[in-house]
Ligand binder design. Sequence first.
Ligand code: GLN
Length: 491
Amino acid sequence: MLNASLKELSAALAQKMISSVELTTLFLDRIERHNPQLNAFVTVDRDKALTAASAADERLSGAGGTAEVSPLCGIPLAHKDIFCAEGWRTTCGSRMLANFVAPYDAHVVERFNAAGMVMLGKCNMDEFAMGSSNESSHFGPVKNPWDTNCVPGGSSGGSAAAVAARLAPAATGTDTGGSIRQPAALCGLTGLKPTYGVVSRYGMIAFASSLDQGGPMAKSAEDCALLLNAMSGFDPRDSTSLERPTEDYARDLERSLEGLRIGLPREFFGAGMDDGVRAAVEAALAEYRKLGATTVEVDLPNSNLSVPAYYVIAPAEASSNLSRFDGVRYGHRAADYADLNDMYAKSRAQGFGDEVKRRILIGTYVLSHGYYDAYYLKAQKIRRLIAADFAAAFKECDVIMGPTAPSVAFKFGAKSADPVQMYLSDIYTIAVNLAGLPGMSIPCGFDNALPNLPVGLQIVGPWFAEAQMLNVAHRYQQATDWHTRMPEAMK
Ligand code: GLN
């Protein structure tokens, strides 16, 4: 059951080989056993999960009438703690929201609940989704199940560790600059960041609104397709949600890759990538050629500007979004203060961690009078050039491939003292968010120096090419078994 695909779990539930209550209990027990070590979950609610599981069992038995039951009904799921879920504590990894109980469901949570999926709990994350290692969480770091001396990646590191350790069959994540793809890579999972606007941001605590996008994290591309089917779709409560015809993202999974043109950006294969990552990515490309694809070199000439542009735009938006956490409208309130301004200052000083404060300072600086044109406006112009680079590259290829991250999982503390080193963890993923494109990461091997640490291959497609990217990933996963590996210690 631990390594079963969502399709297999769905079939087992439909054929009554197992009940949702039994399946949910299996994962709750694993969480109880492994979470004290991994710290992947910040909140688990056995009673709520089992109540949802019995309701799913009733639906599966046909008690609700003849209405069609979703293939995901009865399958357990974990949510990144950035998604509001009614009656659940929703912390966003921050002291600021340590006691916040959400009064409503995020669109994504609502969709999965409607499908009958069983929520196991809320996953740890970098504070307000700012980070690449999960070391910035108020609730302590998450350990990588492949090597507990190493980070799981971030900011969706709790979701990634939970699925990699088989504490949940699948999880949600969010990706502002790489936070689904990078932890998926570092934990040996498949993760997909959809085209901006495909998944509603309603009820997803905002970091940088023009970049944030929710998506699935699971063992395989096929699983991600089923999850995306459930979580995507128009939502009038998010003004950037796109009204498009409903898609079945699994429709092209089996299509042949004969004639597929893979673009390899020169900028992604230069210096800066570890040898072990390069070797695994090259081997994956060789496998794709065997499957009938051809590779062509392409250029993304402005990609070296993506990290600097992102670290102007994302903090600018964050400084605005986080102004609501003032101890009055939302969030922690200091116990002692002299007057109103002192209360704001003390509440925010106590409620936010260092990385969040750094971003708020940068954000307010780049938006301030006299600097706006020099930084914020300039960054927006670069953003446009980066999107144009991708559009030009996609004239020569169907998908772009490269490494997801420059290295495999690194040791705790290795980058936390130097923010720029940490920011460079997302060097290959950030441009995709700036351009609003869909991107995914799939496991493609292990580092040869650190043989137990997984490597991720990034696949980027044109806007709305999710079905094709999932096809590209699925065919590779049929030919290889990297995605089926699980950490020895978690067995
Ligand atoms: N690591 C990047 C940051 O710290 C991206 C985070 C994310 O995608 N949420 O901002």
